[in-house]
Every structure is written in C-alpha cells, then in structure tokens.
Design a protein around this ligand. Structure first.
Ligand SMILES: [Zn+2]
Length: 300
C-alpha cells in the first residue's frame, strides 16, 4: 500500500532519485543506503539557506527538537556528513542528526509537493526541500549544538565503531580488538562496536569473499586473514554504494519484478543453491536470530 501511494507521485519527484533507488529506500537503510542518500541530497543542500523547517508529528523515535525552526531559518547548510547510519547536516552552530530508522527515506522535492501521511519533517531551502518520510517512525531528527561539546561525543555517536571505508579501519586494529572476543566473527561484525555498517548481507558476503567461516571465534582469526576480510568489507560496501545500495527487498518491485539494482550475491539468500566459486551447496544457519549464509567448502 505504502509503495503504491508513493509510487503514484514518483513522477513529481525532482532530480536525483531514480525509480529503483526510491524503491530501495522503502526498505531498511544500511550504511550504503545512507551514504547514497547523503550523496544524493548534498548538492541540493550545501551552501543553501534554510527558509523553513516543518514538523508534522510530535516526533519519531524521540520527540522532534521544536526549537529547530528558530535555530536554522536564515542559516546556511555548511555541508553534509555521515557517521555510521546517521546523516549529518552541518551548520555554523551545530549539527542536525538524522537517522532513517527501519523505514525512513529522504528526498529532495520541489516546494509545493503536498505532504503525504508519513511525511513528518521538511527542511526547506528556497525553492526545494528535504523531506523525511518514515511510516514506522523509528527514525530520528535531532539537534546537537556545538556549545554542548564535540559532535563525536553525542550519546548516539560516541559508542560507534570505526568507519569501514576510512583508513582508521585496518586489519591491525580489527585483529587487536578481537583478541579477547570469542564470539563468532559474523556476530562481532554485526555488533557495530568495532566497525560500523557491516550489516547482515554485507557480513555474509564479506566473509565469503575472505574465505572465513562465519562461525569462527573472532580471537582465533589471524592478522593475514583479517587483512583479507578488511579488503573484502571495503570492496563490498563500496560496490553497494556504487550500485545505489542494496537490501533484500530492494529489487522486488510492487509488481514482483526485479528492479535494475539487483546485485548478484555470492551467498546471501542462496541457501541450497550452488556456490558460485566451487559448486557446493550454500548453507544457511541462524546466528543471534539472524540468518547467515556461507559455503562450507570455500569458508574455513
Ligand atoms: Zn564454495
């Protein structure tokens, strides 16, 4: 239903979001989706002056900062950023922190596009606006004033692991930080306290690419194998960003047809199908309530 309603006015959207990407945004956003969103909205926001801020609900996961219009109208957007799955809009005196939750997505629209039921927040910059749609309302819009301290010490950001695509994330650091972790490597990746953004799909795919069995205790993995894993994580996340992000349902259109963002996974969601490398059948197991897919022959 939600898809139908929104697809109806897709032709009224401006610019950067092609149909398949929009469809993708209807599913749970992972790091690549947030980064794709950031890159998509940035050119429409950078250097623009905020002319209005509108809330149409009390809040999402947390109450909206109702002081935001007073804080932002007349101010210039100094830039955008991302930390984990948090999108950051920087101003001279602080930062708007946006999280897309389970179902949120952001679009750039022309001024005057009528808000729909789940459109809870608009940031207007002249003749365009940034609109947050979030049917399940697990997302967030928050304000962090510079006067309250460094942004990285914000309660939501302080505990986040390293950014996987930045140089600070390395095999050496992954090796060091896992010496006392006996949990399976797949779950250590998903925990997010060492590295952020390696969600369920990306963890399964990265471990396949690195040839590591997802059940291996993290402290038993050698530095050389972590080097392969770090390379694999980077390559897979970068490829997902390149393709516009990916999640399972992204590729299933309202009519059940595959969209053009379909990625060819090696193991994810391929239980019982032949491994693309060796032909053995892909195994599916549960780890901490999440499905893991791997090849018993290729991953040791
Ligand atoms: Zn295999």
């Amino acid at each position: 239903m939600f898809q139908k309603v929104h697809r109806k006015y897709i032709s009224r959207l401006c610019h950067f979001i092609p149909d398949a990407l929009f469809q993708r945004c209807l599913t749970m956003p992972e790091l690549p989706e947030v980064e794709v969103t950031r890159r998509g909205v940035a050119p429409h926001l950078d250097g623009r002056i905020v002319t209005a801020v509108t809330f149409r609900h009390r809040g999402l996961r947390w109450p909206f900062p109702l002081e935001l219009p007073a804080l932002l109208v007349g101010r210039e957007v100094r830039g955008t950023g991302r930390r984990g799955k948090y999108l950051l809009l920087r101003f001279d005196h602080g930062t708007v922190i946006i999280h897309l939750g389970m179902s949120g997505h952001l679009r750039i629209l022309e001024l005057g596009v009528e808000p729909q039921k789940h459109d809870h927040f608009d940031l207007v910059v002249g003749r365009r606006l940034l609109r947050l749609t979030d049917p399940r309302r697990f997302g967030a819009v928050l304000w962090h004033a510079d006067a309250d301290g460094p942004l990285e010490q914000h309660v939501l950001l302080a505990g986040l692991g390293l950014e996987p695509l930045e140089d600070v994330f390395s095999a050496q650091i992954l090796y060091q930080k896992t010496r006392n972790r006996s949990a399976p490597i797949k779950q250590v990746l998903l925990a997010g306290d060492i590295v952020v953004g390696v969600g369920n799909i990306y963890a399964s795919e990265s471990l396949f690419r690195a040839g590591i069995n997802p059940k291996t205790p993290a402290h038993r993995i050698s530095l050389a194998r972590y080097e392969r894993l770090v390379d694999a994580i980077r390559i897979i996340l970068a490829a997902a960003i390149e393709k516009g992000g990916s999640t399972l349902r992204d590729f299933i259109g309202a009519d059940g047809q595959s969209g053009y963002f379909q990625q060819s996974y090696f193991v994810y969601d391929r239980a019982g199908l032949p491994c693309r490398n060796c032909g053995a059948l892909i195994t599916q197991i549960k780890q901490g309530q999440r499905s893991t897919f791997y090849c018993k022959k290729c991953q040791k």
